[in-house]
Design a protein around this ligand. Sequence first.
Ligand SMILES: Cc1cc2nc3c(=O)[nH]c(=O)nc-3n(C[C@H](O)[C@H](O)[C@H](O)COP(=O)(O)OP(=O)(O)OC[C@H]3O[C@@H](n4cnc5c(N)ncnc54)[C@H](O)[C@@H]3O)c2cc1C
Length: 1013
Amino acid sequence: MSQTHRLPSGGRIDRATTLRFTFNGRRYTGHPGDTLASALLANGVTLVARSWKYHRPRGIVGSGVEEPNAIVQVDTGARTVPNARATEVALHDGLVAASVNAWPGVGVDLMALAGLFGRIMPAGFYYKTFMWPRQFWMKYEHFIRKAAGLGTAPDRPDPDLYDKMNAHCDVLVVGGGPAGLAAALAAGRAGARVILADLQEEFGGSLLDQRDTAAGEADPSTQGGIDGMAPMAWVARTVAELKTMPEVRLLPRSTVFGYHDHNFLTIAERRTDHLPPRERAGPRERVWRVRAGRVVLAAGAHERPLVFANNDRPGVMLASAVSCYLNRHGVEPGSRAVVFTNNDSAYRTAFDLAAAGIPVAVVDVRRVPRGDWVERARAAGIDVIANAVVVDVEGGRRVRGVKVMALDAHGEGVTGNATVVRCDLLAVSGGWNPVVHLHAQSGGRPRFVDGMACFVPGASVQAERSAGACNGRFALGDCLADGLAAGAEAARLVGIRDVAVPAVPAVRDLAEEPLAPVWVVPSPEPAGRGPKQFVDLQNDVTASDIALAAREGYRSIEHVKRYTAMGFGTDQGKLGNINGMAILAQALGHDIASTGTTTFRPNYTPVTFGAIAGRDLGERFEPIRRTALHRWHEAQGAPFENVGQWKRPWYYPKAGEDLDAAVRRECLAVRNGVGIMDASTLGKIDLQGRDAATLLDWVYTNAWGKLDVGRCRYGLMLDENGMVMDDGVTTRLADRHYLMTTTTGGAARVMAWLERWLQTEWPHLDVYLTSVTDHWATIAVAGPDSRKVVQSVCEGIDFAPAAFPFMSCREGTVAGVPARVMRISFSGELAYEVSVCANEAGHAWAALMTAGAAFGITPYGTETMHVLRAEKGFIIVGQDTDGSVTPADLGMDWIVAKGKDFIGRRSLLRADTRRDDRKELVGLLTEEPTQVLPEGGQIVVDGRAPAPVPMLGHVTSSYFSASLGRSIALALVKGGRKRVGERVEIPLADGRALRAVIANSVFIDPEGARQNV
Ligand SMILES: Cc1cc2nc3c(=O)[nH]c(=O)nc-3n(C[C@H](O)[C@H](O)[C@H](O)COP(=O)(O)OP(=O)(O)OC[C@H]3O[C@@H](n4cnc5c(N)ncnc54)[C@H](O)[C@@H]3O)c2cc1C
């Protein structure tokens, strides 16, 4: 019989429709409105998982994102999702789910044997045990990973579609409980553009979990509703009003998972997972990238578990989760219950249990519990056992009873004999933790409030404020008032005038008495003995693990986290962390406030790779970029080379020519006449602003202050380690206006690098960067005849050598279109780079080809460009450098200014970067001139020496030079410049070794006479 634990009535489920699903291969049924967790409980399935380290049986603890145990694999094949929380998986017909981390299954898990050795596997066990012998680590790692893994990633491409959406709003409200709905209402009524996101299927927040009785009912846990109506009727009315507002966007099933700088927040919206596969259409998930004027955080609070022996047994649940399953899903999570609490809120659960006809007793830690809640419970016949604690749980795969003991006179120990109370459900409440995660991600520092025994948001760092339970305002009336005030304030702060705060709905909240903080429940066993008292259920971290970490010298909560694994994993310590911090504080003799919290980082909950990738997959993952002249190159039959994302013409074969023949012809044409090349792919960054030269000074090794307008300068860019990361020519176009060129492949990286420094370290600099790579098409015309060709189509520029010297830039027209012409050279020849608007590229190219026809102008590709520059010893960053090369290694000390600072300078002074046996750039000439060395070939003194043969370096660039009639190569060789003239060998894979002599790296025209004409 299915759904044995479904209550006969109630719940926000559609009983008329039956959904079929399987869990661990067994068939069950449920209803729309169920989660996988509630449907499992409805079917009496309480053992759903095995724990991570000890493989102990585990059941469902929570009812939402905080769930640490019920981690499941959902769906199969390419659509499978690992590590989903059963509490968040909406049930649909045909759902297939399975437990993770159990072998062969949750019922019989052989890995549970690990639990038998639990006592000798405390925190740090792996670090201490698997250290020796060192070489065994790879074997250990294999088994540890196998034992520890959670879900399984799909092994086939995901067939679903994922989306991204950018949005701006005045007010983003996170959380659609009473506080969030009130905030959205107030801001929406004021006319603000509002986005309201809630991770649940429906709006209503924790009201969804309460008994939803109509106004006036004399039930202590509902208190007569909101404004005289049942709470969910108020929610429905509010949502309906919000839907009428054109500027309000409602996003259910949407988790705000990241709060970044500048009020930029990211939301993962699950659009179709709640539907059966056949009904799914459109994107499965969508990531919203929201820039919000103001943010109202109304994310509620998580109930805190209590830490006592065997508190991980299936059947131990959060009190609020028990209420949720009873009221929202019409499910009976147990047939006889004990509520174990230190505060009043769990009495609500006791009433819920009683209303469902489930016998219940309350064990209250407080010495003399009093107040409305307690008295009404007693009046209702609920047994309240005061000044007592649950010290242990009986039962292995299911709670069978709890041992209750009285607290001693100080409340710090237990006394007398334990009484066993028979039950199969233990609802626990240790207080509430406001969800301060997003506030902390925004840069705020939560502060601990002793009286409330919880962290609440601290001062705002960004344009945000918290409201409702996540602001430590728990009572419903307070939540509504706080939300309305926050929404109205947000509207006002984005500039809307005359904002009215709507009237606060009438709510009759029962007064609550203070809670009695309990971080570890006193135990009759000596410290460290007795059954495990779990703090972090997901990572099997116990109270004694934290005490051990403190004994072993860990003081910082961040270090204890790493040592014990507390707060790792998919739940990121949502339940365990605050208890863990308090236990550490106790162990260290500190207060909780000074112990602090661990850092809350994005993502608030796991986000699928699909959602992060969006549509940037397959051919969109790395878009192909083609220059404006691509068709012309294609028409010439040029093969293309991939350079970064660009397709660049590699060479232009004539009939019967192979690569070598074409390149020889092209090289000779440039050296002896004129060649033309599409250089549009070079990165171009436009820098403008008062401090543009200062930025250049910081990012390049040489000085820029004295560069005249109209002049160009070569620059070398280093990373923080002093290693060459890019190079290029920068031109001063006007007083505060520069154009930087970068390598083709490095353009995006350099742009991000400059932006990073400007935005993080030097926001005071007045510089604006614009990537203009695509705006300009650049045509290089190189060779002794280049001047004649370019000037014949150019107007407005004086090409006389004195008027237009090397390394300068002029503006004029080429074939009638505006152009920038730079006299710079990457071949060592007289050369010009002509830049025109990309739309005019074909026109300018055709004009230059026509003008050059008389000189035999020859198009050349990237291969020829490489040969020409190698003949001159010019480096290509990324080919002759590999991230471990300094300017001195390249013999380019001359470009490193002595009298100024720049990024990487400090690293150039380190002993390691000044060693004289560093690899240096040199030339190599093979003894046999026709032999072309393999690029990447290792360089040794004697290729036949016994292994291991000391390596001197490697070949970075290697070509046949038609101009020299022999092969040439560039190489990085240890102490290379001092070895010029020495013989070396380059062993080949076939056993031969090619012999070469170390030479100067400039093979042609070392004086630079050819380009200075
Ligand atoms: C100690 C205590 C005392 C209480 N006293 C009373 C009382 O006297 N009377 C009474 O009626 N009720 C009481 N309650 C219950 C009361 O209904 C809730 O406190 C109240 O509903 C909280 O409202 P909220 O909007 O702040 O948070 P919630 O109702 O919890 O709503 C928060 C919403 O935010 C969503 N959310 C969280 N994080 C994200 C995210 N990252 N992205 C998107 N959505 C997110 C959640 O899904 C949830 O829907 C009490 C509760 C507690 C804990």
